[in-house]
Design a binder for this molecule. Structure first.
Ligand code: G3I
Length: 315
C-alpha cells in the first residue's frame, strides 16, 4: 500500500508528524515515521527551554538529531516554537533583559538552520482562550508589539523561511480565530513578514469541528495571502476505547483533512504518529488513542481516513 508520504506528495501536499527525540531509539518508530512522513517537526527539542538549559548558551544536540533524521530521509522540516509562554528556560525571569535574550535566541537558532527549516512557528499561542492577548512574560516584558518584533528578527535571520503564527482552537470560525485573523491582518497591513497560520487541530472525538466552518476559516486566511498549515493534529478518544469510537475518529481525520486540503492546505502534520508516544494521555486524563497508528504500530481507521483524504485526486 502507498505510504501517506507517497499519496500526499503526488498532489503537492506533505504529510508528517512531530518527532520525539526519545523515540528515535525505537527502531519500529524510526521505520514507521521514515515510511509515512515527508515533513517533520520536533515535538520538544527546538523549543526555547530545551535549547537553552543554561543562560548564555544553546544546546542543539537533541534538535540536531531530529534534523539529521529528517535530512537523511529527504523530509522537509518545521521549527517549533521560537516565542511561546510554555517551556521557556527555567532560568528566564522578568528580572533579566528578556528582549536581548530572546533576540539572541531567535537570531542564533534561526540562523543556525538557515535554508534547512522550511517554516518556523515564530509565535505560538499568543491569543488567550477568551480571545484577548495572553498575559505572558513576553507581553509584559516587550509590550504588545512583540509579535511584529519577533517576526522581523526571524525574517532577518533567514529571509527564505516561511514564518508562521501557530495556535490551538482556531480550526473553525470562532471568537478566538476571529482575533487571530484580526491580529494577522494588522501585521500584514504593517508589512510584517508573516507567511502562514498554523491550525494545531487538537480535536476531540466528542466535539468535532463543523467542517463547513473549517473550510470558511481556511479560506479567509488564504484570502489574506497566508499559507494555512495543519500543524499538530490529533483526535483524542475518551475511555472506554472501542472500535466504534476508532471508526468515528477515522471519519473525523478524513473529513477534516479533506476539507483543509480541498481549501489549499499543503502541510498536514499530526502531533506524533503512533499511540505508543503521545502527549494526550498525560495531559487529558481518561483520553487517548489519538493518532493514526496504534501502540503496536498497526494502522487504525484514522490512518485509513488519512489515506482516503490525502489520496484523492484534486479532480
Ligand atoms: O525532558 C524532561 C525530562 O528530563 C524530565 O525527566 C521529565 C519529567 O519532568 O520532563 C521532561 O520534559 C517534558 C517534555 O514534554 C518532554 O517529554 C515536560 O515535563 C512536559 O511538560 C513536556 O510536555 C510537552 C508539552 O508540549 C509542554 O507543554 C509535550 O511533550 C508536547 O507534546 C506538547 O506540545 C505542545 C506544542 O508544543 C504546542 N501546542 C500544544 C502541544 C500540546 O501541549
Amino acid at each position: 500500500m502507498a505510504s501517506l508520504r507517497e499519496l500526499s506528495e503526488k498532489r503537492g501536499v506533505r504529510f508528517g508528524c512531530a518527532v520525539s527525540v526519545e523515540a528515535l531509539d525505537d527502531p519500529e518508530y524510526v521505520e514507521a515515521v521514515g515510511r509515512e512522513c515527508g515533513i517533520s517537526v520536533a515535538e520538544n527539542a527546538s523549543k526555547f527551554g530545551p535549547l537553552c538549559p543554561s543562560q548564555g548558551s544553546h544546546d542543539y544536540s537533541a534538535f540536531d538529531r531530529i534534523v539529521a533524521f529528517a535530512e537523511e530521509r529527504g523530509m522537509a522540516l518545521r521549527g517549533h516554537a521560537l516565542v511561546w509562554h510554555t517551556q521557556t528556560p527555567k532560568w528566564l525571569g522578568e528580572d533579566l533583559p528578556v528582549r536581548e535574550i530572546l533576540a539572541d535566541h531567535i537570531e542564533e537558532t534561526v540562523g543556525r538552520y538557515r535554508g534547512r527549516i522550511e517554516s518556523w512557528d515564530v509565535v505560538n499561542e499568543a491569543v488567550a482562550d477568551d480571545a484577548g492577548m495572553r498575559d505572558t512574560i513576553f507581553l509584559r516584558s516587550l509590550g504588545p508589539d512583540y509579535l511584529e518584533w519577533a517576526f522581523r528578527i526571524a525574517h532577518e535571520a533567514d529571509p527564505g523561511c516561511q514564518l508562521v503564527y501557530n495556535d490551538y482552537s482556531i480550526d473553525e470560525v470562532c471568537p478566538k480565530s476571529d482575533r487571530v485573523y484580526e491580529l494577522l491582518s494588522d501585521l500584514l497591513g504593517k508589512g510584517v513578514p508573516v507567511h502562514g497560520v498554523g491550525l494545531q487541530a487538537h480535536l476531540e472525538l466528542s466535539n468535532p469541528p463543523n467542517m463547513d466552518s473549517v473550510r470558511r476559516n481556511v479560506r479567509r486566511f488564504r484570502d489574506l495571502g497566508l499559507q494555512v498549515l495543519v500543524t499538530e493534529m490529533d483526535v483524542r478518544i475518551p475511555e472506554p476505547f472501542s472500535q466504534e469510537k476508532r471508526e468515528e475518529q477515522g471519519r473525523i481525520y478524513e473529513e477534516f483533512v479533506r476539507a483543509c486540503v480541498e481549501e489549499g492546505v499543503t502541510r498536514i502534520l499530526t502531533w506524533g504518529l503512533t499511540d505508543r508516544y503521545s502527549w494526550i494521555p498525560g495531559f487529558f486524563q481518561g483520553t487517548g488513542e489519538a493518532l493514526p497508528l496504534d501502540s503496536k504500530m498497526r494502522t487504525k481507521p484514522a490512518f485509513e481516513g488519512l489515506t482516503r483524504a490525502l489520496g484523492e485526486s484534486t479532480g
